[in-house]
Design a protein around this ligand. Structure first.
Ligand code: HEM
Ligand code: HEM
Length: 227
């Protein structure tokens, strides 16, 4: 009988798919430009809120959401690269690095956005506190970093495609439903401790996540509207 293990709790899955929607929205709106820049801002604030939530959830969230459980040491990374290590349920060491890079790049993108100006009719809510020269530096970083984000997303999608087609492992289903199904014949690929570690995803965890997300949303909302 297959072992069914919860890997991605509901907060992580909602974070992921809402992030995808908001990024698509922010890219479409910035390409339309003009009045749609307002929407670029709204999507951007939502991404900022989601990323801050993800950082907090990486500290207090369930097993596989925690940075401490997936940030690799040099040895784990090298063992993974040389194919010596066991399979892992959550992010593998290389995947973990790409996840961290994405989160960091998104954080930089949203923070610089708050201080950017399109020199037409739209500026980030905090731009008015800086000199013109500083705003133009933030706008340039914002523009350059968007290229990095597109690159990381392309890499992310290529890695998922590679796992699906070449390694025959479907990573998308667990990100949709939360669970990984392990066939008895595959159990030996994993370490027994890893197999014993499911992510807690009950009412308590979900309630805590909703509370944290709400607090972060209120703080971000205050930062934007009070300036
Ligand atoms: C805007 C585009 C996207 C961004 C910015 C993005 C970002 C992320 C991030 C930050 C994570 C880490 C999850 C966490 O621990 O919080 C992740 C994981 C994941 N994403 Fe995406 N994602 C994008 C698009 C997609 C799409 C379109 C798919 C499906 C086709 C997808 C499938 C996955 C899967 C399967 C994982 C888990 C990988 C693993 O098992 O280690 N992502 N993504
Ligand atoms: C991850 C989230 C975001 C992405 C992917 C993103 C992406 C972009 C891109 C690609 C541009 C066009 C750069 C150019 O060609 O000039 C842009 C411009 C801009 N964005 Fe964002 N952005 C994000 C978040 C934000 C946030 C939170 C704000 C705050 C309101 C913001 C405000 C602006 C402004 C004011 C511009 C015009 C800057 C200029 O023309 O140099 N963005 N953004």
């Amino acid at each position: 009988m297959k072992k069914i293990i919860r890997i991605w709790d509901l907060p992580i899955r909602l974070f992921h798919w809402l992030l995808v929607i908001c990024i698509i929205g922010s890219i479409i709106s910035v390409n339309i430009g003009g009045n749609a820049m307002q929407w670029h801002g709204y999507f951007g604030y939502s991404i900022f809120t989601l990323v801050l939530f993800r950082i907090v959830w990486g500290l207090v969230g369930s097993t596989h959401a925690r940075f401490a459980n997936f940030i690799p040491s040099k040895t784990t990374l090298l063992n993974h690269l040389s194919g010596k290590s066991k399979a892992v349920l959550g992010h593998n060491p290389l995947g973990a690095l790409s996840v961290l890079a994405l989160i960091l790049a998104l954080l930089i993108q949203t923070i610089t956005g708050l201080f950017s100006d399109d020199e037409i009719a739209f500026q980030g809510p905090l731009a008015k506190y800086l000199s013109e020269a500083a705003v133009s530096i933030f706008s340039e970083i914002h523009e350059a970093n968007s290229g990095l984000i597109y690159g990381l997303i392309a890499l992310h999608l290529a890695a998922i495609f590679y796992y699906q087609k070449i390694k025959g492992e479907n990573l998308i289903k667990p990100m949709l439903v939360g669970d990984k199904e392990i066939d008895p014949s595959e159990e030996a690929k994993y370490s027994p401790t890893d197999l014993g570690q499911a992510s807690k995803d009950g009412g308590l965890q979900r309630g805590l996540a909703l509370f944290l997300l709400s607090v972060i949303a209120v703080v971000v909302g205050y930062l934007i509207t009070s300036s």
